[in-house]
Ligand binder design. Structure first.
Ligand code: GTQ
Length: 343
C-alpha cells in the first residue's frame, strides 16, 4: 500500500523531474509497450452521396489550379485535424471539373488513385498520360512528376491514398513544383503497360521501389477475379482476392502501401479476420454489411470505410460484391511486425 503522503511526494517529484526534461518510465510503460495494438483511429464510414455534395460545393468555391489539389480529406473522427484516415494513412477525395488542370508537382510521398466517378480525366505520371475510369487503380510513385486534368463533360472524382503520416513521422518530406502547369507528354498512353505489363524486362531493368506499371484497369481486375472465383476455393475470411504488384519485384505496387480488390459472392459472409495493418475499404459494386471492431456499418457503392489496426472485421455481401482495399501492410512486413488472426 502506498500512503497518501507517499503519493503526494511522488507527484511533486514527477513535476520536479519535468522541470529538468526528465520523465519516469514507470508512469507510461504500459502505454509505450502495450500488450496488443492500441490504435487511436476508430472504425468509421463516409457515405459517398454526402461527400459528393460537399465536393461539388468546393468545385464552385475554388478552382483546381488555385487549390493545387481540390481534395476533401477523409479525417478519422478520432484524429481530427491530423489529416489521417487511419493512424498511418492519408486519404481524400479529389474533384476535377471539365477543362481544369491540377498543376504538376512531385513529392517523396507515394500516392495511389482509385477512380470513383466519371470518365475523361487523366493523371500524367513521368510524362505519360493515363486515363481514369471508375474502378481503375493508378499509382504515383515517390518523386515522380504528376498533374491531373479533365477533358470530361462532367465532374470526375477519385480517391487519393498517400503515406503522408509516415513521411511526417520521419520528417523526411521534400516537394517541388514543375515549371509548367502540365507536363509535356513525352510518352504515349499505354507505354508503361506495353513495357512492364506483359511479363518482360530489358537487360538493364532493375528492381524498382514502386511499380513502373502505373495503371491497373478495372476490366482486367474484374476478369481476373471472375476467373479466380470460377477456379479457386474461396478464403473463408477474405473472399476471393487479388493484390496489385510491382512486376519488377513481385512485391506490392508501392513500398509503403498494399492495395487489392476482393470479390464476395451474393450472400457470402466472411469469418472474423484481423491484422496489424490499418486499412481502408471502398465499396465498388454490390452491397455490404460490415462489422468492424464491433461497430455495424452498411455500405453502398463508392462509400469509404476506415479500419483501424487489429480491428476485427466481418463482411456480409448482398449481390455480387466487389471491394477495393489498401493498407500499410508493406511497412509492417518490412519491419517484421505483421500479424494476422483468423478466428
Ligand atoms: O494529387 O498530388 O490528396 O500531392 C494530397 C496530396 C493529392 C496529388 C492529395 C497530393 C495529391
Amino acid at each position: 500500500m502506498t500512503s497518501s503522503s507517499q503519493l503526494s511526494e511522488r507527484e511533486s517529484y514527477y513535476s520536479e523531474l519535468g522541470n529538468h526534461s526528465l520523465a519516469p518510465l514507470w508512469a507510461s510503460l504500459a502505454r509505450l509497450v502495450p500488450p496488443s495494438p492500441q490504435p487511436s483511429a476508430q472504425a468509421f464510414a463516409w457515405k459517398y452521396a454526402e461527400i459528393r455534395q460537399h465536393l461539388l460545393t468546393a468545385g464552385k468555391l475554388i478552382t483546381a489550379e488555385e487549390a493545387e489539389r481540390r481534395v476533401l480529406v477523409l479525417e478519422n473522427p478520432s484524429l481530427a485535424g491530423q489529416s489521417r484516415i487511419t493512424d498511418t494513412l492519408y486519404a481524400g477525395l479529389q474533384l476535377i471539373l471539365p477543362g481544369e488542370v491540377a498543376p504538376a508537382h512531385r513529392h517523396v510521398q507515394s500516392a495511389l488513385r482509385f477512380a470513383i466517378e466519371g470518365e475523361g480525366a487523366y493523371t500524367a505520371v513521368n510524362g505519360e498520360r493515363v486515363s481514369m475510369s471508375p474502378g481503375d487503380f493508378i499509382i504515383t510513385p515517390a518523386w515522380t512528376w504528376h498533374d491531373h486534368g479533365s477533358e470530361s463533360s462532367g465532374p470526375v472524382v477519385w480517391l487519393d491514398g498517400l503515406d503522408v503520416p509516415f513521411i511526417d513521422f520521419l520528417k523526411a518530406g521534400f516537394r517541388e513544383q514543375y515549371e509548367h502547369a502540365s507536363q509535356i507528354a513525352h510518352r504515349s498512353e499505354g507505354e508503361a503497360r506495353l513495357r512492364f505489363g506483359s511479363g518482360m524486362l530489358g537487360p538493364s531493368d532493375k528492381p524498382t521501389n514502386s511499380s513502373p506499371l502505373f495503371k491497373y484497369p478495372y476490366d482486367q481486375t474484374k476478369a481476373a477475379l471472375a476467373l479466380i472465383a470460377k477456379t479457386e476455393e474461396i478464403d473463408a475470411h477474405r473472399g476471393f482476392e487479388i493484390r496489385y504488384i510491382n512486376p519488377t519485384t513481385g512485391g506490392d505496387a508501392l513500398p509503403t502501401i498494399s492495395a487489392g480488390m476482393r470479390l464476395l459472392p451474393d450472400g457470402f459472409k466472411t469469418a472474423p479476420y484481423r491484422s496489424t495493418d490499418g486499412s481502408v475499404i471502398v465499396l465498388v459494386e454490390g452491397s455490404l454489411r460490415a462489422t468492424v471492431a464491433g461497430k455495424e456499418i452498411t455500405l453502398s457503392p463508392k462509400d469509404v470505410v476506415a479500419i483501424p489496426a487489429w480491428a476485427s472485421v466481418t463482411l456480409e455481401a448482398s449481390g455480387e460484391t466487389v471491394l477495393f482495399n489498401f493498407s500499410d501492410a508493406p511497412v509492417h512486413q518490412k519491419l517484421g511486425l505483421w500479424r494476422e488472426e483468423r478466428s
